[in-house]
Design a protein around this ligand. Structure first.
Ligand code: C2E
Ligand code: CA
Ligand code: CA
Length: 745
């Protein structure tokens, strides 16, 4: 390994480097003189030759003589000395064939092809045969008697000229090999940074100098501003600078010249290769050397630069593909994967520890999207992205991590309540309309950062979820205990599952009464769970868990069976004209076989479906509303009574109300409990009127006071359900209550 390659070893990419074939021998050869070897056992011949050529310069170079007095000595010199241009070889030395044997050693054993051989003999009859001249590529054949200055000069000049040509051809071939080799080395590189460094190294290697230089490039979009993309050696500190601010004045001029002429610039110690890449944009590779840069064929350099541009284009394609995997093109922002990488990098470089992450969720985006269309939704996302981008730039990173969730990662001084919410304080103009957006924000502060980007984003998502549940439109800061809550939800689900399997859940029944007569019209079955610690867990907490996990499907079937069996019991007790209501969650309604399930459970009892009421919560989450209406129609056809629960709180199913085969509207307790206010009364009145218009029964839930009951009576509501007359009760208690209850006929 020569010096050049040993130094190269220090570079990071050296492992990928292949030795450049062009450098092997020639790098050490001083090409300022011609090397001439005189092989003759006669000292006089040496002296005469030297004397005849003394002080001469041929083809611009001086001559340097090497002397061998035997074939053996000649062989040693040829083996150790590179670049012997011409050998004057005595045919007859120790033996009559020693000279010709020597020729065969030079060509066949030492494999020296370029060196020119001039045979010399004492006698004309010692001349070699034609075959020898041809096979061993012998330049000339001379009689020693002809050693005159003139004849020596003529034959040496022609030998040197042919040596020079052969070397140039050889050089060209090696150069081509080298270009091909360098190109394939470059092609093998995938990553951008090491690719540009390797261009510098490959160009340097082609020029046979040390890899000291830099690449300066112009982006396609931003033609004016050329920057230093990559640098090696003493230019390393220039990396990422603009060309204008380059500290090396002369180099700057050469680069500018190369860019303006769109061609290579060659000086004694500096070569600038112009690399035009239609995809990446123009680049220049400057190589600088303390020693004179060896001459290299102009065409080879051009061939090399055009090869590099092809490689650059290919690499740029690969990079572009990579970017697409990390880029959200709808809003022109990094995506979740990219954000994870950014956070990972910051966490790895200690300073990242004091960055915070905020997730920004647009309130009611799903509803807006559903009601105003996806195109409108996309616009909202784009304007939101723009506002965030304008507000948070370097050192912050803005990304979109899921449909309507954006992220801002940056120093805590940026991630403050005011700053995060500021972009949303003014309305957005979308399609000529003004739209005010509110956002809910979950923040993971710097001191709560986990070990990896994906963990941090997960934590932020937990806060965001909790914020959306109970702090819509607000900024909520993550605290580690929230993880515990999230874990405890998981624990809760596990416990719920176990309790369900062990038949530890039970139903309570809440009577529904006629508002006017207080007669019992029916009951609502409500699920209860008392956990191992003996505490009641609210269905408002565990029902959503059961819905999310799918447990509600089996649980719902169990509730129906239990409720029907209680209805059977009540009928046997003589209450022949009461209904039993069960709640059906949306998850159940979305089940393909919900109608089959109802049929199957009904078939276990000899009950009339007319006495079974299904309470369905009005909700935007209904999803495929058309399919659900189809199922409701089948249930209706089977004879079930259908009620809309929590009426008035849902979002848009009002449009579908007429298509739904309903029997009853159930006014949500939040309206019932605000009937003291005019607005509350108006809403209740409106719902009652609507029910009348649709010919539906109407019931008010959550009636707690006599005033509320009276008001509902005045508003002509049909039924009521509430703590005022009866709380939800287990079967045994309910039976006692029924015996005590005296309606006023
Ligand atoms: P919901 O269907 O609206 O049930 C009525 C809720 O109001 C019940 O709460 C009931 O206890 C409560 N309530 C009744 N009267 C009053 C009153 O005068 N004042 C007040 N403040 N509240 C009253 P609960 O039992 O906690 O149930 C909560 C929700 O859980 C139910 O709301 C229902 O959506 C769901 N749920 C309960 N059991 C089941 C079930 O078996 N299946 C399904 N899918 N959901 C159920
Ligand atoms: Ca209900
Ligand atoms: Ca309700």
């Amino acid at each position: 390994m020569n010096d050049f390659h040993r130094k190269n070893d220090l570079l990071v990419f050296a492992d990928e480097e292949k030795e450049s074939p062009i450098l092997k021998q020639e790098i050490k050869v001083d090409t300022s003189y011609w090397r001439i070897l005189i092989v003759d056992d006669d000292e006089d011949v040496h002296a005469a030759t030297k004397f005849a050529l003394k002080g001469m310069s041929i083809l611009g170079r001086e001559l340097k003589f090497y002397h061998a007095y035997s074939a053996k000595e000649a062989q040693d010199i040829l083996a150790n000395e590179n670049g012997i241009a011409v050998v004057f070889l005595d045919v007859v030395m120790e033996s009559s064939n020693a000279g010709l044997d020597m020729v065969s050693i030079i060509r066949d054993e030492l494999k020296i092809k370029n060196t020119r051989i001039i045979l010399r003999t004492g006698e004309p009859n010692q001349a070699p045969g034609i075959a020898v001249v041809r096979d061993y590529d012998i330049n000339d054949y001379k009689l020693k008697s002809e050693i005159t200055q003139q004849s020596l000069y003529t034959c040496l000049t022609s030998a040197l000229r042919s040596y020079q040509q052969i070397c140039e051809i050889e050089e060209g071939r090696k150069g081509l090999d080298s270009v091909i080799q360098s190109t394939s080395n470059l092609m093998a590189r995938r990553s951008g940074i090491s690719f540009y460094k390797s261009i510098i190294a490959q160009v340097a290697s082609l020029l046979a100098v040390e890899p000291v230089g830099f690449i300066c490039g112009k982006e396609l979009e931003n033609q004016a501003e050329a920057t230093i993309i990559s640098a090696l050696g003493r230019y390393v500190s220039e990396e990422e600078k603009t060309l204008a601010s380059l500290s090396f004045e002369h180099e700057k001029k050469l680069i500018e010249k190369s860019f303006s002429k769109k061609s290579n610039v060659v000086e004694d110690n500096i070569v600038v290769l112009y690399i035009g890449s239609p995809i990446r944009g123009e680049m220049c590779c400057l190589i600088s050397s303390t020693a004179r840069v060896p001459d290299i064929d102009k065409y080879l350099l051009e061939l090399f630069s055009s090869n590099i541009s092809i490689c650059t284009d290919n690499i740029t394609y690969v990079e572009k593909l990579k970017t697409q995997a990390y880029h959200d093109s709808l809003v022109d922002l990094p995506n979740r994967t990219a954000l994870e990488n950014v956070i990972d990098q910051h966490l790895a470089a200690e300073k990242g520890k004091d960055y915070a992450l905020a997730l920004v969720d647009i309130d009611n985006f799903a509803e807006i999207n559903a009601s105003l269309g996806q195109e409108y939704g996309d616009k909202i996302l784009q304007v939101t992205a723009d506002r965030l981008k304008n507000r948070f730039y370097s050192p912050c990173t803005v990304a979109r991590i899921s449909s309507d969730v954006f992220a801002v990662f940056g120093p805590p001084s940026y991630i403050t309540n005011e700053r995060i919410k500021q972009p949303f304080s003014d309305p957005f103009e979308i399609g000529g309309e003004l739209q005010l957006l509110s956002v809910t924000v979950g923040v993971v502060p710097a001191n709560e950062m986990q070990s990896s980007g994906s963990e941090v984003i997960k934590d932020a998502s937990i806060v965001l979820k909790q914020a959306k549940k109970s702090h819509r439109g607000e900024v909520v800061i993550y605290h580690h205990s929230m993880i515990d809550q999230a874990c405890s939800r998981l624990d809760m689900l596990k416990n719920l599952r176990t309790a369900f399997e062990l038949d530890e859940l039970f139903l309570v029944y809440q009577p529904k009464l006629c508002l006017k007569t207080l007669e019992v019209r029916g009951f609502e079955a409500l699920l209860r769970w008392r956990n191992r610690e003996g505490n009641f867990v609210s269905p408002a907490d565990f029902i959503p868990l059961a819905e999310q996990s799918g447990l509600i499907i089996r649980m719902g079937e169990w509730v129906l069976r239990k409720a029907l069996s209680e209805l059977n019991e009540l009928q046997n007790m003589g209450l022949s004209n009461v209904k039993m209501a069960v709640n059906l969650s949306v998850a159940q309604l979305q089940q393909q076989d919900i109608v089959e399930t109802l049929k199957r459970v009904m078939s276990e009892f000899s009950l009339d479906t007319n006495y079974v009421e299904l309470e369905i919560t009005e909700s935007i989450a209904m999803g495929d509303i058309v399919a659900i209406i189809e199922k409701l129609k089948m249930m209706k056809a089977m004879g079930f009574c259908l009620a809309i629960d929590d009426f008035g709180t849902g979002f848009s199913s009002l449009n579908y109300l007429q298509d739904m085969p309903l029997d009853c509207l159930k006014i949500d307790k939040s309206f019932v409990q605000t009937t003291e206010s005019k607005r509350g009364r108006e809403i209740v009145q409106m719902i009652v009127n609507l029910a009348r218009a649709l010919n539906l029964n109407v019931i008010a839930e959550g009636v707690e006071t006599e005033e509320q009951a009276q008001l509902l009576r005045n508003l002509d509501c049909d039924e009521m359900q509430g703590f005022l007359y009866a709380r939800p009760m287990p079967a045994v208690e309910l039976h006692k209550w029924l015996q005590a209850h005296r309606p006023n006929h």
